[in-house]
Design a protein around this ligand. Structure first.
Ligand code: BG6
Ligand code: MG
Length: 218
């Protein structure tokens, strides 16, 4: 048995609480277009690319728009989102994440980022955890968005570890489905009612202990 595994982390909503900033930025766009956009609707956007997210919002409001307008809103959304990240530092790392990264490093495991975001690297830099990651696969590196498993398969491949020896931490339904389709172990971080397709579910990383990580490794 290979006891070096690939531990692949989603970023938004798993490592940092940026899901709330994505929501606020999309809500501004939705409001300007008179589209009612709720927290419940927002679940559909988690793990989904920026371009696809806008399409989902427009579909919710039954709004048809030109490519020119869409491009303008995509830029607006990202500028607004980035304005929330200006003062970002290590205090925005979600509870228990750092401890888990340290444990995995001590145990010489493969660590990767598997995110749909094109803003992943600056976020890892600002929060001071870039050096934990052996491999980063983000929205700039993939053509197929989650629930397609491409982002996670690429991460495992770059770590030279089999998909079946890979574990994915995800807060989105699309991400859990991607991990499952890729035949990886899926660990949901969040609400059981939403992430019920995951192999394991925890509220946050403070619930993940050494014994659980050791079980995954062996
Ligand atoms: C995902 C988020 O991680 O990245 C989505 O869950 C977001 O909400 C997507 O839309 C793309 O991120 P970005 O930073 O490239 O707009
Ligand atoms: Mg996420």
């Amino acid at each position: 048995m290979n006891n070096k595994k690939a531990f692949i982390f989603d970023l938004d909503g798993v490592i940092v609480d940026t899901a709330k900033y994505h929501f606020l930025a999309w809500q501004k766009i939705a409001q300007a277009l008179n589209i009612n956009f709720t927290h419940e609707n927002n679940e559909l956007l988690k793990g989904v690319s920026r371009v696809r997210s806008l399409d989902i919002i427009l579909e919710l409001g039954n709004v048809h728009a030109s490519q020119e307008d869409k491009n303008k809103w995509l830029i607006q959304k990202n500028e607004d989102y980035l304005s929330y990240l200006v003062d970002m530092d290590e205090s925005e790392i979600l509870p228990g994440v750092l401890k888990t990264l340290q444990l995995l490093k001590e145990k010489n495991q493969g660590i990767a980022l598997g995110s749909a975001s094109k803003n992943a690297r600056p976020i890892l830099e600002k929060t001071g955890i870039l050096s934990y990651f052996d491999v980063i696969v983000d929205g700039n590196d993939v053509t197929n968005a989650k629930p397609d498993p491409e982002v996670f398969l690429k991460a495992a491949q770059l770590l030279k570890i089999d998909p079946k020896d890979s574990i994915v931490f995800e807060d989105s339904v699309a991400g859990i489905q991607a991990a499952n389709t890729g035949e990886m172990v899926s660990v949901g971080i969040g609400e059981e009612t939403i992430l019920h397709e995951a192999d394991y579910i925890f509220k946050d990383f403070t619930e993940i202990d050494t014994a659980f990580i050791e079980k995954l490794i062996n």
